[in-house]
Design a protein around this ligand. Structure first.
Ligand code: ASP
Ligand code: MG
Length: 441
């Protein structure tokens, strides 16, 4: 069978009404696996409960669990109308919340934390499944913990996942609607684990790749990826098509709609990913696929919280091995480098995780002079920017002519030009590019 994978995020299942609305989007003759996040707010609430449990504030934890329980009681009351299903729903949430309360009685480690964090997706999927049952619509709940698994390197174990997911699907040959949990999985030791915050997109991508689905749809509450950040500039438009490489650049650079690593499995398996809007299902959204998209700039995005480091050494002049020595320092401190530019006597680079900065600087200072600028923003321009095409770099910099530019990185790939500015100029830069590249005011 050729399945469609549809993933719905937290806001798409964020209330009883939203759960009911899912029926229109999921129930049709097309065979599909529906991946759900936890109801919005739930995972954050579970994180809060874990914080209290770590601190041994048992009363505070119990309080938070009761409060979340009350929220779910309201959802049940609104979601179901038949007494039989109201009872079933209440039993379901009682089981989960009694389980949560049991963690206030015993020791608390990272394993218990992961078991707690898994409850949100277990609840949302079970609720949707019961709701479909109440509506008389057949569906099958596939327990993600039976097939989603990470290997010892914490990468998805694709072989295991593919085999076990197929085994789960196998007995239900006559069913076309399957529901499963995003985010949760087991680790290489078989313990409950998760794919990190926002990981449900990743689940969808992994499942799509594991069963060679025809398409993976990520449903959220905006109509696809936009050409610029709608929170910063007033006019934007959704991008119709992106290649996987373009999407990967944008996802890293803060296009919040996609989890950065999420599309890798889909890309490797060559499964198209479509971003769709729950609030406007007819809108085309954004298609991300292994396609040659049109030439030119498609989008700009910004990433804040960047630290720029300039390393200068006379020894760099005509020397080999200097860059390696520098890179090894970052490697030892497990810090990845994002942008890099060099001159004959200096190299500037950026990092987005400055937690190891002091150790890094101490080591660099032994071999070179170093200068640090904090609060920087990478402005990233993404599109098909062929090497042999003139004028694109000029247009980008011309648009930004009134903004002080700290670094420019061009030519690293045919999909990206990155410009580093001090964060105080981020808004001005995104606005200037919106005008210069997309003719918006
Ligand atoms: N519920 C998880 C989170 O809030 C996973 C997800 O929504 O993608 O991070
Ligand atoms: Mg999410």
């Amino acid at each position: 069978m050729n399945y469609l994978v549809q993933k719905f995020g937290g806001t798409s299942v964020g209330s009883a009404q939203r759960i009911k609305d899912l029926v229109q989007l999921t129930v049709n003759p097309e065979a599909k696996i529906v991946v759900l996040s936890a109801m919005s707010g739930t995972t954050n609430a579970l994180v809060g409960i874990c914080e209290q449990l770590y601190k041994r504030n048992m009363d505070a934890a119990k309080h938070l669990i009761d409060a979340l329980h009350a929220t779910y009681s309201n959802v049940i009351a609104e979601l179901f109308s038949k007494p039989e299903f109201l009872t079933k729903g209440e039993q379901l949430i009682s089981n989960h919340f009694n389980h949560l309360q049991s963690f206030t009685l015993d020791m608390f480690t990272v394993n218990e934390e992961k078991a707690i964090l898994a409850q949100g997706e277990l609840l949302s999927t079970a609720l949707f499944h019961y709701y479909l049952e109440e509506c008389g619509i057949p569906s099958v709940l596939l327990p993600a913990l039976n097939f989603m698994r990470l290997d010892a390197r914490e990468e998805p174990d694709m072989e295991y996942i593919s085999k076990h997911l197929r085994q789960e699907l196998e007995p239900h040959k006559n069913n076309i609607l399957f529901i499963t949990q995003g985010y949760i999985c087991r680790n290489a030791y078989g313990e409950i684990d998760n794919l990190k915050r926002g990981g449900s997109d990743y689940t969808a991508s992994i499942i799509g790749a594991a069963i060679q689905s025809k398409e993976i749809q990520i449903w959220t509450d905006i109509d696809g990826m936009h050409n610029n950040d709608p929170r910063v500039v007033s006019q934007t438009h959704p991008i119709q098509e992106l290649s996987f490489d373009e999407a990967a650049e944008l996802a890293y650079f803060g296009a919040k709609i996609l989890h950065p690593t999420c599309i890798l499995p889909a890309q490797k398996a060559n499964i198209p990913v479509r971003l769709k809007n729950t609030m406007d299902p007819k809108a085309a959204g954004t298609l991300i696929a292994n396609i040659q998209t049109s030439e030119g700039v498609k989008a700009v995005a910004a990433k804040d919280g960047i630290t720029a480091i300039t390393i200068r050494s006379d020894r760099m002049l005509l020397a080999h091995g200097f860059l390696r020595a520098i890179f090894e320092i970052f490697e030892r401190h497990k810090t990845s480098i994002d942008m890099i530019t060099t001159s004959e006597v200096a190299v500037s680079l950026t990092i987005d995780n400055a937690s190891q900065l002091k150790g890094i600087l101490d080591e660099i200072k032994e071999i070179a002079h170093v200068e640090v600028d904090e609060n920087q923003t990478i402005i990233c321009v993404v599109g098909q920017l062929p090497k042999n095409k003139s004028g694109i770099g000029f247009k980008v910099l011309e648009s930004m002519k009134d903004i002080p530019v700290r670094m420019v990185s061009y030519g690293g790939s045919a999909n990206n030009i990155s410009v580093l500015v001090s964060s105080e100029f981020k808004t001005a830069a995104l606005k200037a590019l919106n005008k210069g590249l997309f003719n918006y005011n």
